[in-house]
Design a protein around this ligand. Structure first.
Ligand SMILES: Cc1cc2nc3c(=O)[nH]c(=O)nc-3n(C[C@H](O)[C@H](O)[C@H](O)COP(=O)(O)O)c2cc1C
Length: 196
């Protein structure tokens, strides 16, 4: 069965990216995927301490809630990451997770020097984001960072859904077409994996 890790990166439980991600999760489940939902604000996760306790094993030495997320990522076929734009970057919750995944980068580049993705191909990643303004460059920095993060966890950025002019909690509900697009992306992601 196709395993998906869905990561809620906003501090808001019912914020715009959370509602979009819920739709994507629903879409993936409709296609028969097993989806594990990870709500970062509920986890106790230290930032990376850059001690390279992972350098021999590829496992982070800090014993906290990241350990469980690490295991889930390792056996996943796809990752759906949702984060709001905070100062042209991902949220702090999301960034902490990204940095802790340096242990997976170490595993990939220093230890195995090979793909850790499941099956014949790499993981596929869907990134969902929202910001309040409508600037042309609103997502530029974040996309660079997410693409490189996905690379580190052996995941191809398969698609990104980026929404401007969403600010207050629930603003996305005024755009059923965005929610529909997220649901479809969740289903299409599983289709893309299953057809590989
Ligand atoms: C700390 C903080 C920083 C933000 N920085 C930006 C920004 O740089 N650009 C922008 O367009 N919106 C910015 N916003 C607005 C959020 O991106 C916007 O409200 C988004 O819809 C929140 O998504 P969420 O409901 O999923 O948390 C910021 C909000 C906060 C709280």
């Amino acid at each position: 069965m196709t395993k998906v890790v869905a990561i809620y990166g906003s501090p808001r439980r019912k914020g715009n990216t959370a509602l979009l991600l819920k739709e994507a999760v629903q879409g993936a489940r409709e296609m028969g995927a097993e989806v594990e939902e990870v709500v970062l604000r509920d986890l106790k996760m230290s930032p990376c301490l850059e001690i390279y306790g992972c350098k021999n094993s590829g496992r982070c030495a800090i014993q906290d809630d990241f350990q469980k997320v690490y295991e889930s990522l390792l056996v996943s076929h796809a990752v759906i990451l949702a984060s709001p734009i905070f100062f042209y970057a991902v949220s702090a919750h999301t960034k902490i997770l990204m940095d802790r995944c340096q242990s997976l980068w170490v595993r990939k580049h220093w230890i195995e020097a090979t793909s850790s993705g499941q099956g014949p191909s790499r993981r596929k990643g869907l990134f969902i984001s929202a910001g309040a303004t409508r600037g042309k460059k609103l997502f530029d920095g974040t996309l660079l960072s997410v693409r490189y993060y996905f690379e580190a966890i052996d995941c191809e950025l398969w698609k990104s859904l980026l929404y401007r002019e969403l600010d207050l909690e629930g603003d996305v509900l005024k755009h059923p077409e965005y929610l529909e697009e997220a649901r479809r992306a969740g289903s299409d992601l599983i289709r893309a994996i299953d057809s590989n």
